[in-house]
Design a protein around this ligand. Structure first.
Ligand code: PMP
Length: 360
């Protein structure tokens, strides 16, 4: 069997060109006589790999000088604890928007460390949109304000950022990072598990404004302390070396294939439009996210009949369209169409869906 079209929500499809490049360097990287997997993270070769990776990220995202880039482990889920343990340091209060399962988990985790308020939730509509927010309910004395910018399970996203005034905005961008340009200066902190748009699993990115770090609670584990990680160039301990190397290749691919994040956005918008346009016209498949909140990365849809959904996923898989089953809390289907999903994958999926609809 050749390569399938993989719609997995994460870990997810990686660009084929990147996999091939990695394969060509798997056994021997450059003239080093060893694989990147075998290298000391303190070696000159590896220092160049991690340095180039950070430089590419800074260039692609236009990260201002007063922001640190950290390569961490533990997934986005560990950030649910790192964020409050590092940032709840003045009033020990924070505002959270609950727009899906991951932001609910982040909200719950943060409660272990301070006085945490929910300033908006769309739970009552099964997270089919991001909540409407009333600025008057925001706490101007909060240490930070947390959102999950793209809700992987429900296929929704914030299309504009809440105005939090002087309160630093913290965003979980696990499922939308690098999918479009991002004004980093609008955020106090961005974090993202890498396994969707960036690299294989095992790496978590943190981009944090310098002045926010250095006041973590004293009982914080060292590997969770942003200041310790920043002061040690993310090498307080062994970083996820190979995932960082892969990230470097993915960033190069974005630059050469799309010219940067504007091009990436155009590519992603074009793909999402093909799929949503079909869903809006289909008599069998219905999109589940409200139009104004639709994600560019995760497209959720149902037929309304669990048996047909099941048959669809199974027939799709037989035809080379895999991992389309929706999350159990939404049911139906979800097509995760991250950066590395080619337009052709969407076109062929829609062709298959039309055929399925005709025969249903
Ligand atoms: N946030 C979002 C938006 C996610 O999609 C996920 C997982 N897919 C997580 C957090 C949890 O990430 P991890 O598995 O890396 O802990």
């Amino acid at each position: 069997m050749g390569r399938v079209f993989n719609f997995s929500p994460g870990p997810s499809v990686l660009p084929e060109a990147v996999l091939k490049k990695a394969a060509s360097e798997l056994v021997e990287y450059g003239a080093s006589g060893q694989s990147v997997m075998e290298m000391s993270h303190r070696s000159k070769e590896y220092e160049e790999i991690i340095g180039a990776c950070e430089a590419s990220l800074r260039e692609l995202m236009s990260i201002p000088q007063n922001y640190k880039v950290l390569f961490m482990q533990g997934g986005a889920s560990l950030q649910f604890a790192c964020v409050p343990m590092n940032l709840l340091n003045k009033t020990k209060k924070a505002d959270y928007v609950v727009s899906g399962q991951f932001s609910a988990k982040a909200f719950e985790e943060a409660q272990k460390y301070g006085e945490i308020s929910c300033v908006g939730s769309s739970k009552e509509v099964n997270f089919s949109r991001v909540p409407e927010l009333d600025k008057k309910s925001f706490d101007p004395t909060a240490d930070y304000f947390h959102i999950c910018q793209n809700n992987t399970i429900y296929g929704t996203r914030f299309t504009s950022l809440p105005d939090t005034g002087g309160v630093p905005l913290v965003a979980d961008m696990s499922s939308c990072i690098l999918s479009e340009p991002c004004d980093v200066g609008r955020y106090g902190l961005i974090y993202a598990g890498a396994q969707k748009n960036v690299a294989p699993a095992g790496l978590t990115l943190v981009i944090v404004r310098e002045d926010l770090i250095g006041n973590a609670r004293p009982d914080i584990p060292a590997v969770m302390d942003y200041k310790i990680m920043a002061d040690n160039g993310s090498m307080y301990n062994t970083p996820p070396c190979y995932a960082i190397y892969m990230m470097g290749l993915v960033l190069k691919w974005i630059k050469t294939e799309f010219g940067g994040l504007e091009g990436m956005k155009a590519h992603n918008e074009a793909k999402a439009a093909i799929l949503y346009d079909f869903l809006d016209s289909s008599s069998l498949f219905k999109p589940t996210a409200e139009k104004a909140s639709r994600s560019l990365m995760n497209v959720t849809f149902v037929t309304g009949d669990g048996e047909i959904d099941k048959r669809f996923c199974s027939e799709a898989a037989k035809n080379g369209f895999v991992n389309l089953k929706g999350h159990r809390s939404v049911g139906g289907m979800r097509a995760s169409i991250y950066n590395a999903m080619p337009v052709e994958g969407i076109k062929q999926l829609v062709r298959f869906m039309k055929e399925f609809e005709k025969n249903a």
